[in-house]
Write a protein that binds this ligand. Structure first.
Ligand code: GLU
Length: 283
C-alpha cells in the first residue's frame, strides 16, 4: 500500500501555497489508491503557535483533506530521534560556531570538526563524506550532489537541544509506512542530505516529487513569515478551484457542488507531467 504525507509546521494557519501542496500530495497518492497521512512537524517549540495545529487540521477538514491514518506528531517521536543520534554517534561532533560566524560561508567550513569539544552548550553536526549521492525526483529528474562540498556537515541537534528538521523528517519519512513524499521545490536542496541520513540509519527512502512553490509577483515565496493571508475556510470550493488551476488542471465542470466532488474530479484528471514548470504569481 502506498502512503503519502503532508507535514505542516504549526507556526501559523495554512495559506494558498500550503493548500496547493496538500492538495497535490492528496490527489497524487489517491490516484494510485494510496493513503494520505498528516504529520504535524511540531519540534520547533519557539516557532510553534499554540493554536496553529487545531487551525491547520480544521482548515484541511473544511477543504476535504482528511488523514487516513492517525495524525503523527513529531513531538511524540522524541525517543526515535534520540536513538538515531546514538546510532550515528561515531560520525557526530559538537560545534559552538555562532550563526553569525558562519554567515559568510554557505557551506560549513569544518571549524569544530576535529576539536572533540565536550561543551554541552553546543549543536551536534554530522560529518559529511566527500561522496556523491543522487536520487531521481519525479519532476526534477536526477539530482546529484557532492555531500561534503555542496551540503557540508549539518546540524542534527540544535544548540537549544531541539532535534533538527532534517533529522526528524528523515526518520519519519524513512519510516516503513511512508512511500511517497510530494512537497515544495524549496525543500529539494535538502533531499539528498535527508536520503543520506536514511541510508546511514538503514531506512528506506520514499519516492520524491518536488512541485513548484507559489510566489508573489515579486518572486517572494508565500509563507507564514512573509505574512501570507490565512486560507478563508468559508470558501473551500473557490480555494480548491483556484489551487487546481494553479496546479495546471483544466476547469472542473460547473455541476460539481462540493469539495469532495472537486477532489474526486481532480483525482481522475491529475497528471503530474502536466504541472507547470512554474506557478503563476499569486496576487
Ligand atoms: N514542516 C515542513 C514545512 O512546513 C515541511 C517539511 C516537508 O514536507 O518535508 O516546511
Amino acid at each position: 500500500m502506498r502512503v503519502g504525507r503532508f507535514a505542516p509546521s504549526p507556526s501559523g494557519p495554512l495559506h494558498m501555497g500550503s493548500l496547493i501542496t496538500a492538495l497535490a500530495s492528496f490527489v497524487d497518492i489517491k490516484q494510485r489508491q494510496g493513503l494520505w497521512s498528516i504529520r504535524i512537524d511540531d519540534l520547533d517549540q519557539p516557532r510553534n503557535d499554540p493554536d496553529a495545529t487545531e487551525i491547520i487540521l480544521d482548515s484541511l477538514t473544511k477543504h476535504g483533506l482528511n488523514s487516513d491514518t492517525n495524525i503523527v506528531y513529531q513531538s511524540q517521536n522524541l525517543q526515535n530521534y534520540k536513538k538515531a543520534i546514538s546510532q550515528l554517534s561515531s560520525s557526530l561532533f559538537r560545534c559552538v560556531c555562532s550563526r553569525k560566524s558562519l554567515a559568510i560561508s554557505p557551506i560549513y567550513p569544518g571549524t569544530c570538526r576535529d576539536k572533540n569539544l565536550s561543551n554541552s552548550n553546543a549543536s551536534i553536526r554530522i560529518k559529511m563524506p566527500d561522496e556523491k549521492l543522487a536520487f531521481i525526483d519525479k519532476i526534477g529528474g536526477r539530482i546529484e550532489v557532492n555531500l561534503a562540498k555542496e551540503i557540508g556537515d549539518f546540524i542534527l541537534v540544535r544548540r537549544d537541544k531541539i532535534f533538527s528538521y532534517n533529522l526528524a523528517t528523515s526518520l519519519d519519512d524513512g519510516d516503513d509506512t511512508i512511500t511517497d513524499v510530494l512537497r515544495g521545490q524549496d525543500l529539494l536542496p535538502l533531499t539528498n542530505l535527508q536520503i543520506f541520513l536514511m541510508n546511514e540509519l538503514n531506512l528506506q527512502p520514499p519516492e520524491y516529487a518536488h512541485i513548484p512553490v507559489l510566489c508573489y509577483p515579486d518572486g517572494a515565496k508565500l509563507s507564514k513569515q512573509s505574512g501570507a493571508k490565512p486560507l478563508n475556510n468559508e470558501t473551500p470550493m473557490e480555494n480548491i478551484t483556484l489551487a487546481l488551476k494553479i496546479l495546471g488542471l483544466k476547469n472542473p465542470p460547473i455541476y460539481i457542488n462540493s469539495v469532495f466532488g472537486l477532489i474526486e474530479w481532480a483525482i481522475n484528471n491529475w497528471d503530474i507531467n502536466n504541472l507547470p514548470q512554474k506557478f503563476q504569481p499569486y496576487q
